[in-house]
Design a protein around this ligand. Structure first.
Ligand SMILES: [Ca+2]
Ligand SMILES: [Ca+2]
Ligand SMILES: [Ca+2]
Ligand SMILES: [Ca+2]
Length: 685
């Protein structure tokens, strides 16, 4: 066009005098003068506004836009078929130039990567095409999109026509980051070289693609000397780089990468299988989509990456001289369900009728027998090789099923409930441990503590080291009438003469909606054991209600019941050791998610119990996490020790075998048997 400029200028000047313009040199009249910049559709995200709840000011309007197709994405609908969308962006010279508005827009396409034509038929589109579209502005699942789009004009451009990616500079403040991202929704963006993963890659169940949470290269934590410390510790953790501000909301210096733009026609969508701490040496470029509550950078090319040391090696070493030490672990073994249909439970097998209060899909079930076996093998290897076969293991999230009986030939499954008093999945795990050359465990459980979904806490114990204390009817803890001062109507289970014994009470605290009428949806299980020399230990195994910022009062009550039982045992038997542990679904002091602090675990501290997380924090704070949620490292799994045991503590360490790894089973390595990392302690007992 440049060659024409002086002439055109003259023509315009002529027009000023009311004369007809000369033919041949005038720019072609815009056939769509109603076109508007995409920024007008997206609207301004002003300082202080909420990025997450921002909506288009033109919702519902029919608009005409022109843009470059910079990405086509494909995802899997729940029915299994593919759906397509594309992201378009204003040509640079046609954008509104306003930094508060996004120049990009998501266009929903439907079952094929093509756009409907005005008259009839469809036109395939490709990356680099310049398209003029008419459609309706919609907000769908929090994303602004052009729906019912019709193609008015189409010019093939090719990859050279792509707008240069805009570098994203995120803020540690999550709200500010959300504003920044909303101002780029639908645009072609990039994270600068040197971003690093803060989780393992994981499959996004809904769309069957993969995602990886990353932190940008400019985040100062990536310069920390200690590799395990290069992660986002949530809240008041010693290594948190933005303490207080992000106690619950999470960290702003993070973004999730998605693979919806990587489809190659063969079916599966994928990203590299990486662990936390993987560095991406090239820029990460792609379209910024908003999907299921998150901004997702849908990468347009398979990222290069450089793996770091395995998180499995990030443990605190045991001090020398550990011959006769007592080793105890707590391990949430994420949904250890078998692939046997339990006729006494309505949601433990595909096609079951359902359970009260449990919503489909039952995605906690293993998809196959092979899958169950793979999880068993991984967990068994972790117990033998990494945890070095603790004498006692508190386990959580085991399927509450006992229709199988252990015989010399292996497990035999029948149609009798409470077939042999042991959980079938744990019996299978015990067999797997023996097959690996590990010690012979026995399991112990009180089935009163299962929840509606069908999971329960239980114990694995080396039978030649400890035997259960015999429960007499008049035993002050295990007998018919335990005298424990808890305001709240006890449930009948507390009168059962049993070991382990489950304790639960009617909940009288603040109502919290969906939750049970009892204090625990999974009752605390008390288990007393005796060594050959007569010394005794008491365990209280827990799986508290989830969501650190929700169900606050309920969880406080759960801690209180534990504290009072522990206190009673310590009063009755000052020589015995007491250990309260499990997945408490809450952060340790002072890491309270609320302001003012709710101190949900306060009753346990006030009972004089010592949280071993403090021991870990003092020696190696980078070790202190057991769960990673969207890139935030959390401490959810705890051991509280009575004073007599605290003085004998020689080691506490999390074993990072799971939380940092890709969420896909690998049969060749003992990793990712669960989403939680186990916590191991050693006592000079
Ligand atoms: Ca938007
Ligand atoms: Ca089952
Ligand atoms: Ca069933
Ligand atoms: Ca059984």
């Amino acid at each position: 066009m440049n060659f024409c400029k002086p002439l055109c200028f003259r023509v315009h000047a002529v027009l000023l005098f009311g004369l007809l313009a000369g033919a041949g040199c005038r720019p072609a009249a815009d056939p769509h003068p109603e076109r508007i910049p995409i920024g007008t559709i997206q609207g301004q995200v002003l300082p202080g506004a909420s990025g997450l709840s921002h909506r288009s000011p033109m919702e519902g309007a029919t608009v005409t836009v022109r843009g470059v197709v910079h990405q086509i994405v494909r995802w899997r609908a729940s029915a299994g078929h593919s759906l397509y969308g594309m992201m378009i962006q204003d040509l640079p010279k046609e954008a509104d130039g306003d930094p508060y508005t996004s120049d990009g827009l998501f266009v929903y396409l439907g079952g094929l990567p093509e756009v409907r034509l005005e008259d009839q038929g469809h036109q395939p589109v490709a990356v680099g095409d310049v398209v003029t579209l008419r459609g309706v502005v919609r907000e769908r699942y929090g994303q602004t999109e052009l729906a019912d789009a019709t193609l008015l004009r189409h010019v093939g451009g090719g990859p050279d026509a792509l707008p240069p990616p805009v570098p994203l500079h995120l803020s540690a403040n999550l709200e500010e980051t959300r504003r920044i991202l909303e101002r780029h929704e639908g645009m072609r963006v990039k994270l600068m070289p040197g971003a690093a993963s803060v989780t393992g890659s994981f499959p996004n169940e809904r769309n069957r693609d993969y995602q990886i949470w990353v932190t940008p290269q400019e985040n100062p934590i990536l310069k920390r000397e200690q590799v395990p410390a290069r992660r986002l510790f949530r809240g008041a953790h010693v290594l948190s780089d933005v303490p207080k501000e992000n106690w619950l909301s999470g960290h702003g210096m993070r973004l999730v990468l998605g693979s919806l733009g990587l489809f190659d026609g063969s079916g599966d969508l994928y990203l590299p299988q990486v662990t936390t701490g993987t560095v991406f040496p090239e820029a990460l470029t792609g379209g910024l989509q908003f999907s299921f509550g998150q901004y997702v950078l849908q990468v347009e090319a398979m990222p290069e990456f450089r793996g770091g040391p395995s998180p499995a090696s990030w443990r605190i070493p045991a001090p020398e001289g550990g011959g006769n030490r007592l080793r105890i672990a707590t391990y949430n073994i994420e949904n250890l369900y078998d692939f046997v249909d339990n006729p006494f439970h309505g949601c433990d097998f595909p096609g079951n009728p359902g359970c009260p209060g449990v919503r489909e899909p039952w995605n906690y079930l293993p998809p196959s027998e092979d899958h169950f076996r793979a999880q068993l093998r991984i967990v068994a290897r972790q117990i033998v090789e990494d945890l070095e076969a603790p004498q006692v293991i508190l386990v959580q999230e085991i399927e509450n099923q006992d229709i199988g009986v252990l015989t010399p030939g292996g497990m035999v499954y029948g149609g009798v409930d409470d077939a042999d008093g042991e959980l079938d999945a744990l019996q299978e795990l015990i067999l797997e441990i023996v097959a690996l050359g590990g010690p012979v465990y026995t399991s112990a459980v009180n089935r009163n503590s299962g929840d509606n979904r069908g999971i329960i806490v239980a114990y694995l114990v080396q039978a030649d080291v400890f035997r259960p204390i015999h429960p007499d009817a008049d035993h002050p803890i295990l007998g018919e009438n335990p005298a424990i001062d808890i305001p709240g109507e006890p449930l009948p289970m507390i009168h059962e003469v049993a070991n382990p014994k489950a304790f639960n009470y009617v909940y009288t605290g603040e109502p919290d909606g969906d939750m049970a009428a009892e204090i625990f949806s999974r009752a605390v299980q008390v288990f007393g054991v005796e060594a050959a020399d007569g010394r005794r230990l008491w365990f209280l195994n827990n799986h508290f209600s989830a969501g650190p910022g929700r169900r606050v009062e309920r969880r406080t009550w759960q801690a209180r019941v534990n504290a009072r039982i522990a206190q009673r045992i310590m009063d009755l038997y000052p020589e015995d050791g007491v250990i309260v542990g499990g997945d408490l679904n809450m952060f340790p002091r002072p890491d309270d998610p609320l302001d003012p602090p709710s101190d949900q675990l306060g009753p346990l501290y006030r009972a004089g119990l010592f949280n071993v997380v403090d021991w870990v924090m003092e020696r190696d704070p980078a070790n202190a996490y057991s769960y990673v949620f969207q890139g935030d490292a959390n401490v959810l799994d705890h051991f509280f020790l009575s004073p007599g045991l605290t003085s004998k503590l020689v080691l506490a360490t999390y074993l990072h075998l799971n939380a940092d790894f890709p969420a896909a089973f690998r049969d060749d390595l003992p990793i990712r048997g669960s989403d939680h990392d186990p916590l191991l302690i050693e006592l000079d007992w």
